[in-house]
Design a protein around this ligand. Structure first.
Ligand code: R5P
Length: 265
């Protein structure tokens, strides 16, 4: 890997353990102002000190995040769909490489929708963007399908999606945790991070999922709603950090969460 590309990867995946806590706040690109993300700046700012990188759209980055922060930016460059539209998988490229560079990004992210009517289109989007990003040493994060595609949340489907993304040249892949997750990790030759998905019933469930994922070989999380839709987002991201970087078990991390939560009351 070229120096620039490797250096950017090292800014995201911390060299001491090769892991990352990526904070996902890009949801508005198809979900609009969802709960707790009505005013993105207010939600994002207190969490920045606990995140290794920020996954975000250019509109929210430019308008809601101050330039003073030294946090690697993973810029979402695909979209063109909405939660009320006909088909969530019908995505195109929404940001030019030139604008991504202007924003001083550390990586770019785009979604692929394997097994849908737009499989070919989104895979070609990925391949084309990688071709361009390679010219500038910018890593590309492939995001495996969300929305209705989540019904296919099993190792067979997710292995297929992740492997195809890696074969096309993605430098890292974001997917969902599932049963037999180690199979997904083993068959994907680039680092995998997990999304949190819609908010789970309890904070413990989230911590358990994060713990199970890293135990199976995930290189961390790229998590959103289960952090910032919690009533206690800072204790939540702190607990996640301890699982990812400090080898905490889910139980130990939950105790930390409870402690930090009570301290803030
Ligand atoms: C969804 O398309 C976005 O890319 C989110 O970044 C992703 O789903 C991760 O966020 P969450 O943990 O809320 O699922």
């Amino acid at each position: 890997m070229d120096w620039g590309m490797q250096n950017r990867m090292n800014r995201i995946f911390k060299p001491q353990d090769g892991r990352t806590v990526m904070l996902a706040v890009d949801h508005g690109y198809f979900l609009g102002p969802i709960s707790r993300m009505e005013e993105p700046g207010k939600t994002i700012e207190p969490l920045i000190p606990y995140a290794d990188s920020l996954m975000i759209t250019r509109g929210v980055l430019r308008n809601c995040v101050e330039t003073k922060y030294d946090i690697p930016i993973v810029l979402r460059v695909s979209g063109g769909n909405s939660i009320i539209g006909k088909d969530l998988s019908n995505e195109g490229i929404t940001v030019s490489m030139q604008d991504a560079l202007r924003l001083n990004v550390c990586a770019v992210a785009l979604s692929i929708y394997v097994g849908t009517d737009h499989e070919h289109q989104t895979l070609i989007n990925l391949a084309n963007f990688i071709n361009e990003a390679e010219n500038y040493g910018i890593p590309v994060l492939a995001v495996t399908a969300v929305g209705r595609e989540l019904e296919k949340r099993d190792a067979k489907y997710l292995s297929l999606s992740c492997r195809i993304a890696a074969e096309l040249g993605a430098h890292m892949v974001k997917t969902y945790y599932c049963e037999d997750f180690e199979k997904v990790v083993k068959s994907c030759p680039v680092p995998i991070v997990i999304a949190g998905g819609p908010k789970l019933k309890s904070e413990f469930d989230v911590l358990e999922m994060a713990y199970n994922a890293v135990s199976c070989g995930a290189k961390g999380v790229d998590m959103g709603r289960n952090i910032w839709q919690s009533h206690w987002p800072v204790p939540m991201i702190s607990a996640i950090r301890h699982i990812v970087h400090e080898k905490f078990t889910a139980k130990k991390a939950f105790n930390l969460f409870q402690y930090l939560k009570h301290k803030r009351k």
